[in-house]
Design a protein around this ligand. Sequence first.
Ligand code: ZN
Length: 294
Amino acid sequence: GDELTACGECPSCRQVIFHSHPDLFRVGLPEGKSELPIEVFVGSAEKRGREGLCHDLSLSAMQGGYRIAVIDDADKMNASSANALLKTLEEPGPGAILILIATDSDQVITTIRSRCQQVNFTRLSDEDLHQILTRINMVEHEGELDSKLLEEAIRRADGSVSKARTALERLQSGESHELHKVTQLLGRQKIMSADLAMVFDEVMSQAGSDTNSQREAALLIIETSLQYFHQSLTTEAGMSQLDQVHSDCYLDAMDRCFEASRQIDRKISVPACLDQFCHDLEMLLRPTWNSAGQ
Ligand SMILES: [Zn+2]
């Protein structure tokens, strides 16, 4: 038997699955926030030190074993959160284990990182994603998963469970009409940046006005564009006579999409980023192959 594999059925496993295990604490980015605030660790200003993760961990284990804290989005801690956590990280107390999860470990403050043992994870295989998503669906919905949607979500996931879940949610709720327009525009012979900017604006105005929603919406636009170029490249590759000029264009456009999403991740202003994105796509996708020499 594999002692490290959770059975998923015993009382402890079920408590973990249903987030009710008294000795397992999970924190992460609050919804709509872009930083992991200090309150998560040491409580609100009024109850400072009397609640929050650090307080919970300082109590002894309810079930007499380990107390485990999982800190998701650890790369989103701000300086005061990191400082608050530092003391607990240095002296976690007997039986306490802290697991910090970060997408970009470079963004975790050095004083924190140097006190952690780093474990790098690679992208999950499609089969693993399939298994994990199916299991999550069983636990949360107990309904049938549309296998076509699941496949598409996995294709978009780039080996990440959270990306796959987001994609699946989007696919299940039906992608918005505005995003469909983005794809339609990109399919035109000649792409005008002004047209693109207008459709992008429509998508952005559907999103919430807070920075995080705006960033999410921008990533959605970029991801949709990326998918379009990827699909076009695949179609091109399937043709008997590969058009090198077309293929190179699509590759360049895909590169530009990756660059844009990195910019959004780096918190570059969303309007400025999308503006440049529109402009560059027009340049990259100019139909030069029709006018030789130009
Ligand atoms: Zn179990």
